[in-house]
Design a protein around this ligand. Structure first.
Ligand code: DX5
Ligand code: ZN
Length: 222
């Protein structure tokens, strides 16, 4: 039995009906809430910040997978822990002292994740992979939902999986951006453990049914 996870991205939810959409995820087969925090500096867009995360956390009954697309993430680690983040991912490209940042995240009791932009090689993580709980492989340039999937991601996931095995690490691989029923099965076959899906879930006619189908697609015996 495989246990591949689906993490709907709240960025694509209807913010006028946020509680309704959170309850939909609670009652669906989704595994985690994916929460995108953007600062308008690291990425050319601003999403939402602490008060909205607090509102999500109040109703969410599944782990909060928080993806920080911000500069100087170290400044906010304690605050995200206090708000209830279970997994906190920082961008490789935003951290000068990544090893130190990872230890600080774990010290606050969270799982430590590292996100990689499409141009960043997985080889950059070779010396720190055993300290990382989750690598978030960006399959679009971060900043916006609804973009198309970058095909080179399959190759990256494959090389990252090889590295994790070679190093005897327990790191999970999450893929984020442009995930649909067209690439999901191949992503898990290549080595991904968790798939983020924003538009594909929330723009669907029947989001809980879409989550269910995606979940069974990625958990079919390979
Ligand atoms: C992009 C975000 C993604 C985004 C995914 O910067 O990190 O999590 O919400 O949305 P879709 O699935 O629509 O590409
Ligand atoms: Zn994300």
């Amino acid at each position: 039995m495989t246990n591949k996870r689906i993490a709907p991205s709240v960025l694509a939810a209807d913010f006028g009906n946020l509680q309704r959409d959170i309850e939909m995820i609670n009652n669906s087969e989704a595994d985690w809430f994916h929460i995108d925090i953007m600062d308008g500096v690291f990425v050319p867009n601003i999403s939402y910040g602490m008060p909205v995360l607090q509102a999500i956390a109040k109703h969410a009954k599944k782990p909060l997978d928080v993806h920080l697309m911000i500069v100087e993430p170290d400044r906010y680690i304690k605050e995200f822990a206090a708000l209830g983040a279970d997994i906190l991912s920082v961008h490789y490209e935003a951290c000068t002292h990544l090893h130190r940042t990872l230890q600080a995240i774990k010290k606050e009791g969270m799982k430590a994740g590292v996100a990689l932009n499409p141009h960043s090689s997985v080889d950059l993580l070779e010396d720190v992979i055993n300290d990382i709980d989750l690598v978030l492989v960006m399959s679009v340039n971060p900043g916006f939902g609804g973009q198309s999937f970058i095909e080179n991601t399959f190759e990256k996931v494959k090389r990252l999986r090889e590295m994790i095995e070679r190093k005897g690490a327990a790191t999970m691989i999450e893929v984020d951006g442009g995930v649909t029923d067209k690439n999901a099965a191949k992503l898990v076959a290549t080595g991904a453990d968790v798939l983020v899906a924003g538009s594909f879930v929330f723009k669907a006619q029947d989001p809980p049914q879409t989550i269910k189908e995606l979940k069974s697609l990625v958990n079919k015996e390979q």
